[in-house]
Design a protein around this ligand. Structure first.
Ligand code: NAD
Length: 354
């Protein structure tokens, strides 16, 4: 049996994870995968029950699982809590506890939604890229100083540190992932200025020697940011450090048109975690109108990367494409002339397309 821990979390997290589990059950029956679902709490929901955003028991259950499907956490109700009790702490707890060292964010521009993109259709059409971001190193985790005085002037600093094993690990993952896709890796750095980027580039080139079937090129981050809006279709897999990945993945996310559609995977040493990129959307929670597609596509990533079931993942992706091609739209992507559907209806249509 493959054990999946489902963490609905707060707000629309409850609705969208319920949808994704329905879809996974349908795929499980079709492909005989043998999936078992077990539920845990996180975020505000966990705080209400247990007085903490993430219990040790929930984290332990995730460590033992074959994959974790996560909804979203957060809400106004818990905004005034002390930092260590806030819902977002659950995310950091899971990242750290599961050793989630890489974040994978695909951006695909569906032909049916090409007009929802803020960019011109002729620029974004056919884009299908994946950003592989290093998640536990670099400047976000390096030594820092909040304030010191030097020569009578206040200053602050952060440090970008990367070791060879850290770069090797994320690079290998990027190349292995590219092999499951179109076989192209773009490494993004700032090697013309930063020492840590020069080491990054050297290690990427070394690791690439083990993947002669995968094409490699390098871009400076400023150019990569430009290329993402000028010609996003040129990219397959982009691999980059923590801070550049943070910025570029948000830039790439808007190309697709709606955050309700965007999935993500955080790859761990113990277990990997799959979640949509959006938050708990308190403004629409409980109304039955949330777009479940980002979470359902995250479930497809779980099948591909944690259960090695690429065919089952592709069936889900095709079912979503067909739902869009048939003219069904949730509120976030609805425009005149299409059929407006809610969360449950979208789930049912996607299941029927499987
Ligand atoms: P959000 O992503 O929750 O919502 C932004 C906007 O997008 C809202 O108008 C929302 O209605 C809409 N939206 C988001 N997902 C949608 C979906 N699936 N279908 C249709 N519309 C959707 O971001 P926010 O409003 O800035 O944050 C709300 C809460 O979520 C905050 O507490 C924040 O801290 C939290 N948050 C959590 C995560 C996470 O759990 N990983 C990520 C981001 C924000």
């Amino acid at each position: 049996m493959k054990k999946i821990i489902v963490i609905p979390g707060d707000g629309i997290g409850q609705e969208i994870t319920a949808s994704a589990v329905k879809v996974l059950r349908k795929v499980d029956a079709k492909f005989n995968i043998g999936m078992e679902f077990d539920y845990r709490d996180a975020g505000g929901t966990s705080y209400e029950k247990f007085g903490t955003p993430l219990t040790d028991e929930a984290l332990d259950a995730c460590k033992k699982a074959d994959g974790v499907l996560f909804g979203a956490v957060g809400g106004k109700k818990w905004d005034s809590l002390p930092v260590h009790l806030r819902p977002e702490k659950a995310i950091f707890g899971l990242r750290k506890g599961l050793g989630l060292f890489a974040n994978l964010r695909p951006t695909k521009v569906y032909p049916e939604l090409v007009n929802s993109s803020p960019l011109k259709p002729e620029l974004v059409g056919g884009s299908d890229l994946l950003i592989v971001r290093e998640l536990v190193g670099g400047i976000y985790f390096g030594p820092r100083c909040e304030s010191e005085t030097k020569d009578g002037v206040e200053q602050a600093w952060d440090t970008e540190i990367y070791s060879v094993p850290e770069i090797e690990r994320i690079t290998r993952l990027a190349f292995e992932t590219a092999r499951l896709r179109r076989g192209k890796v773009t490494s993004v750095d700032k090697a013309n200025v930063l020492a840590a980027s020069r080491l990054w580039r050297k290690v990427v080139v070394d690791v690439a020697k083990n993947f002669p079937d995968v094409e490699l090129n390098h871009l400076y981050v400023d150019n990569a940011a430009m290329q993402l809006v000028l010609n996003p279709a040129q990219f397959d897999v982009i691999v980059t450090n923590n801070i550049f990945g943070d910025i570029l993945s948000d830039e790439a996310a808007v190309i697709g048109g709606s955050i309700g559609l965007m999935p993500s995977a955080s790859i761990g040493e113990l277990t990997s975690l799959y979640e949509p990129i959006h938050g708990s959307a308190p403004d629409i929670a409980g109304k039955g109108i949330a777009n479940p597609m980002g979470t359902i596509l995250s479930a497809a990533m779980l099948l591909r990367y944690s259960l090695n079931r690429s065919a089952a993942a592709a069936v889900i992706e095709t079912a979503i494409e067909r739902t869009l091609a048939d003219g069904y739209r949730t509120a976030d992507i609805f425009t005149d002339g299409f059929k407006r559907i809610g969360t449950d209806e979208a789930t049912e249509i996607i299941c029927n397309n499987i």
